[in-house]
Design a protein around this ligand. Sequence first.
Ligand SMILES: Cc1cc2nc3c(=O)[nH]c(=O)nc-3n(C[C@H](O)[C@H](O)[C@H](O)COP(=O)(O)O)c2cc1C
Length: 212
Amino acid sequence: MTEPVFDAAFREQLAQLLAWRRDVRHFETRALPDGLLDTLLDAACHGPSVGNAQPWRFVRIVSPERRKALADTVDAQKHAAGESYSGERKALYDGLKLHGLREAPEIVAVFCDEQGEAGDGLGRATMPETLCWSVVTAVHTVWLAARANGVGLGWVSIIDPNGMNALLEVPAHWRFIALLCLGYPERASETPELVRHGWQDRLPSDITRLER
Ligand SMILES: Cc1cc2nc3c(=O)[nH]c(=O)nc-3n(C[C@H](O)[C@H](O)[C@H](O)COP(=O)(O)O)c2cc1C
């Protein structure tokens, strides 16, 4: 295959993609076109992985009952986590929408297979956690691929990971990494929602230059 050339116009578009990728919690309920979710998850599999282990495992949740169970448990966890705030901060927290589990047309849980044979342990003898980090690279890859297709993705982490294997009936040696909502966003924005709502501003980059 001929090596592609990424020209200045593409780089400009890539910069725009990175700037306009958002964590999305407000979704339209309309379905994604047939096959698009599979295309996006295939793109995720181009992510790098330690030892080329490709430990990502995706579980698409189509059952309304399981979707409701997930939304209910996340709402309960959001409520419980809110107890650690008080005053204005608590009021702000309570008003934040932190998942689109009830509206997003697609819900995907992402796990790391900690017993897969692929990669044969290469690269992770001293840092076994790199296996899970590899799954995170897949999540970021699908995040960008989704945005490039006009699809929003929201990462939901306010959940007890220990309950996920039983809830979704997946093998016990799969480690829960992320719950993803995917669908068309109600609006696009160049500004993260938590910045817009005054929860957390963007910080300047923190790059140390080590000269000796
Ligand atoms: C590991 C991880 C977990 C996250 N969990 C949640 C979550 O549970 N709920 C939520 O609303 N956003 C969650 N987010 C999204 C962040 O809030 C979001 O990335 C951040 O505010 C910056 O916004 P942006 O992604 O639109 O740039 C998570 C992001 C990451 C990387």
